[in-house]
Write a protein that binds this ligand. Structure first.
Ligand code: SAH
Length: 347
C-alpha cells in the first residue's frame, strides 16, 4: 500500500498504528491530500516523519521539463518510484490552464499512428500517481496570487488508454473532484478513449459529468481497423452507438477526435461519409492534423488543409474545429518526449 493511494480510513489506520494522537492523523491526511511527502510535512515531529517514511509514498517527481518558447506550454517528464518515466503537459488557454495526464506507462492499444504504444504497456498508473502529477505541477508552477490553483482543467489524453485502467481512473476522477482533494469540477475534465465500448457504458454510470472524447479517426471499419486494432473488437457502429448513449444520458455532446492522415482519411469524400455516419448524434468533431511519428511512416496534413476538411463537415451540418497546436517546439505529442529520453538513456 502507498500513502498516495490510501483512503481516509486507511490513512487513519496506518498513522494510528504509530501510536500518535488523533490530531496528527488529521495533519497527515491534509498533507497527503495535497500530495506532500512526509519529509515536507513541516508541522510534524521528526520522528513521526521518519516513521511515515517506512511506507512508500507512491508519487511522482519531475525528471525533465521543457518550456515552449511559442506558447508557454510545459512538457513534463515524471519519474515514478519504480524508475518508469511518463509524460504530462501543462497548456495555457485564455479560460484557464489545462493539464494533459497519462494513465499508463506506454499503451497496449497498438494504434498505428501513435508513439505511446510502440513498446506496449509497461504498467497502469495508480490513482495516487496521477494525483501526484497534478500536485507536482502545482508546486512547480504556483498559482497567481488571486487564484487557489494553477490547474483548472484536466484531459486524460496522455499516454495510455484510460478505460484499460478503469478502476484506477475512476478512483482518480472521484478524488480529483472531491472537496478534500484538488476539487476540480468534473465538467472541466475530459477523458479520451480509443473506444472500449463496454467500459464507455460503465463510465456513463460511474462518471456522467466527465466530458467523453472518443478517438474515431475514420468513418469506415476498413480504414479504422487498419489504424486502430481495437476496432476489430468494437466496430464503428458500436462505438457510435455508445457515443449516442453518452449524449442522450448526459445531454452533453460527445467529442469525436479525428486525426487527419494524408491520403488515408482526409478527402472531401471522407468528410462526406463521416458526416453521414454522424448524422443524428449530438457531437463535435475535433480535427487533429496527424503529428507524424518517425517510426510510423504516416503523413500529416497542413493546418490550412485541416481547416478545409472542417469546412466540408460544417457544410454538412457537423460541428467541427481544428485542435490548436500547443508546444509544437517541445515534442508535445503523445509519447514523443518519453521515447526520445528513453532512447538517449539506452544509448
Ligand atoms: N488512449 C486514448 C487517449 C490517448 S491519446 C485514446 O485513444 O483516445 C489522445 C489523442 O491523440 C487520441 O485521439 C489519439 O488517437 C491521438 N493521437 C495519438 N498519436 C497521435 C499523433 N501522432 N498525431 C495526432 N494525434 C495522435
Amino acid at each position: 500500500m502507498y500513502w498516495m493511494d490510501m483512503t481516509e480510513q486507511e490513512i487513519a489506520d496506518a498513522v494510528g498504528a504509530f501510536g500518535v494522537p488523533n490530531f496528527r492523523i488529521k495533519q497527515v491526511t491534509e498533507w497527503l491530500r495535497k500530495g506532500v511527502r512526509p519529509k515536507d510535512m513541516l508541522n510534524l515531529p521528526k520522528d513521526l516523519r521518519a516513521k511515515l517514511n517506512t511506507i512508500p509514498f507512491g508519487g511522482a517527481t519531475i525528471y525533465d521539463k521543457r518550456v515552449s518558447q511559442k506558447d508557454g506550454t510545459i512538457k513534463y517528464l515524471f519519474a515514478l518510484e519504480d524508475g518508469n518515466l511518463v509524460e504530462g503537459v501543462l497548456m495555457r488557454y485564455s479560460y484557464g490552464n489545462t493539464v494533459c495526464l497519462s494513465t499508463q506507462v506506454g499503451c497496449n492499444m497498438g494504434c498505428k499512428f501513435c508513439a505511446s504504444t510502440l513498446e506496449g504497456c509497461v504498467r497502469s498508473l495508480r490513482p495516487g500517481e496521477m494525483l501526484s502529477f497534478l500536485a507536482e505541477i502545482e508546486r512547480d508552477e504556483p498559482p497567481e496570487k488571486s487564484k487557489p490553483r494553477t490547474v483548472t482543467n484536466i484531459v486524460l489524453m496522455g499516454s495510455g488508454e484510460p478505460l484499460d485502467n478503469y478502476d484506477n481512473v475512476v478512483t482518480f476522477l472521484r478524488r480529483v473532484t472531491s472537496e478534500q482533494g484538488p476539487n476540480i469540477s468534473a465538467r472541466n475534465i475530459s477523458l479520451s478513449t480509443c473506444g472500449i465500448v463496454p467500459k464507455i457504458y460503465k463510465l456513463i454510470e460511474d462518471a456522467p459529468h466527465v466530458t467523453l472524447s472518443i478517438s474515431l479517426h475514420a468513418h469506415s471499419n476498413e480504414v479504422r481497423s487498419e489504424l486502430m486494432p481495437i476496432n476489430k473488437a468494437y466496430p464503428i457502429e458500436q462505438v457510435l452507438e455508445a457515443a449516442k448513449a453518452y449524449a442522450e444520458r448526459t445531454g452533453r455532446r460527445v467529442i469525436l477526435e479525428y486525426a487527419l492522415i494524408g491520403g488515408r482519411n482526409d478527402s472531401e469524400a471522407d468528410a462526406d461519409a463521416l458526416a453521414k455516419r454522424l448524422r443524428g448524434i449530438l457531437c463535435h468533431v475535433n480535427l487533429i492534423p496527424l503529428n507524424p511519428v518517425k517510426e510510423r511512416g504516416l503523413d500529416g496534413v497542413t493546418r490550412s488543409y485541416a481547416h478545409r476538411f472542417s469546412e466540408w463537415l460544417e457544410q454538412r451540418h457537423i460541428s467541427a474545429t481544428v485542435r490548436r497546436e500547443m508546444g509544437a517546439d517541445i515534442e508535445g505529442a503523445c509519447g514523443q518526449l518519453r521515447r526520445r529520453v528513453l532512447n538517449e538513456i539506452r544509448g
